[in-house]
Ligand binder design. Structure first.
Ligand SMILES: *Cc1c(COP(=O)(O)O)cnc(C)c1O
Length: 420
């Protein structure tokens, strides 16, 4: 009982939440949720739901797709996609990108669906070439869909969705493209219609700054047709039943109203800042974090888990530690002594990495505070690191035009694909 932190149970100031989800809630979201639920027949409820649907459509980058919302976490949205698209015995391809692609594959297998996996090379993006090979070999056209995780939150790797679109097109295969954008929606540029992603999956508690418990799927007409012909018995998840004007039907029961109020407020914040600016801000903050990690890595105890800079996520950065260093001890110290919550390794990465989430309601000094907290925890743990925060400062102090330029590029891409 010698550390100053243990002398008192009071912890002053703000705890820094830097897991890649759940993320910090903006006060506007907290306030919006602290209201009484509406009576189910109140037209304000329909207005709220319609606003959430249209806001999500904008964030997903789709004009035509239906958006279905579930009172469920991201795994619920996975189950929705699997149960609507594939019957037991049918086959899907899951592109290996890390913990989440593997969990999604196991989820599909748990529902009786056959899964063909492409190999996941640690620290690398998913392999579109391997998917192309499986599609070309599928002369019986048994593969119903290709599942790709855009940002695999466990490894911090972001895969290039366009490469998977191209692989399906090049094979002239009818398989649907299903993208899990849970960790990248509202953080990285994503345009469902331009990419011709057939089903996109998101959740509330990552970059969208809402508590866990809501998930969404955007479904285009092609995917809806596959669902129409899919004999799998399903009720709660069924897109066709949910395709209704009645709010009670849309949610297969009572809508999760307070979460929807939170989502509505959060989408309002995204559009007030500007979606392009939100994406540019995530890029800049990720550059700052990754500059710090680059600096830290000079002494050899810690370094990037994801090899290629272009595959490093804008939402979460994964830091590998030298053998003999316990990242869980570092996490505990960072949390308990310095009030910085960072994430650990999942599955095969447990005990080998830690992760810094940099998504959602964040600005530059918050990210600097997190990085300084981690640096201080590394110092206190006797971990050798090169100067990191100084590099992050340099990135953040760079010319404003650089960020504005980034936002303008994203804006141009969004305008190009926006529906009239
Ligand atoms: C968080 C996450 C999920 C799962 O979300 P839960 O809400 O924990 O079920 C799925 N995919 C990705 C990429 C995620 O980051």
């Amino acid at each position: 009982m010698t550390s100053p932190a243990s002398l008192s149970s009071r912890i002053p100031g703000i705890p820094f939440l830097h897991a890649p989800g759940p993320t910090r809630l903006p006060p506007q979201v907290v306030n919006a949720m602290g209201t009484q639920p509406l009576e189910l027949g109140d037209p304000a409820l329909d207005t709220l739901i319609a606003a959430c649907e249209s806001g999500l459509r904008r964030v997903f980058g789709t004009a035509q797709s239906d958006v279905f919302m579930y009172a469920a976490n991201g795994h619920g949205a996975w189950e929705a996609a699997i149960s609507n698209l594939a019957a037991p015995g049918q086959c899907v391809v899951v592109a290996g990108s890390g913990t989440f692609s593997e969990a999604w594959a196991l989820h599909a297998e748990g529902m009786g669906v056959r899964v063909q996996r492409t190999a996941c090379e640690e620290g690398h993006a998913a392999d579109a070439g391997a998917v192309a090979q499986l599609l070309r070999a599928d002369s019986a056209r048994e593969i119903v869909a290709v599942f790709v995780v855009h940002t695999d939150t466990g490894s911090g790797v972001t895969s290039n969705l366009q490469a998977f679109r191209d692989a399906i097109d090049a094979a002239a295969h009818p398989a649907l493209l299903v993208a899990d954008v849970v960790a990248s929606l509202g953080a990285a540029h994503f345009d469902m219609d331009a990419l011709r992603v057939d089903v996109a999956i998101g959740a509330s508690q990552k970059a969208l700054m809402v508590p866990p418990g809501l998930s969404f799927v955007a479904v285009n007409e092609k995917a809806l047709n596959v669902a129409r012909n899919n004999p799998t018995p399903r009720v709660y998840w069924d897109w066709l039943r949910r395709k209704s004007e009645l709010s009670y039907r849309k949610f297969c029961g009572t809508p999760p109203q307070n979460l929807l109020m939170g989502l509505h407020a959060a989408l309002g914040l995204v559009f007030e800042e500007g979606l392009a600016q939100v994406i540019a801000r995530h890029r800049l903050l990720a550059d700052a974090v990754q500059a710090a990690v680059q600096g830290w890595s000079e002494r050899g105890d810690v370094g990037f888990h994801v090899r290629e800079p272009k595959s490093r996520s804008v939402s979460v950065t994964t830091i590998a530690v030298r053998e003999g260093i316990d990242p869980e001890a570092l996490r505990t110290l960072a949390r308990e002594r310095f009030q910085v919550g960072i994430a650990g390794g999942l599955g095969s990465l447990a005990g080998r990495i830690f992760r810094i989430g940099h998504l959602g309601d964040l600005n530059a000094p918050m990210v600097l505070g997190c990085l300084a907290g981690v640096e201080t925890a590394m110092q206190a743990s006797g971990i050798a690191y090169g100067p990191g925060v100084a590099h992050a400062v340099r990135v953040l102090a760079g010319p404003l035009e650089a960020t504005r330029g980034e936002a303008a590029l994203v804006e141009a891409a969004l305008v190009e694909t926006a529906a009239p």
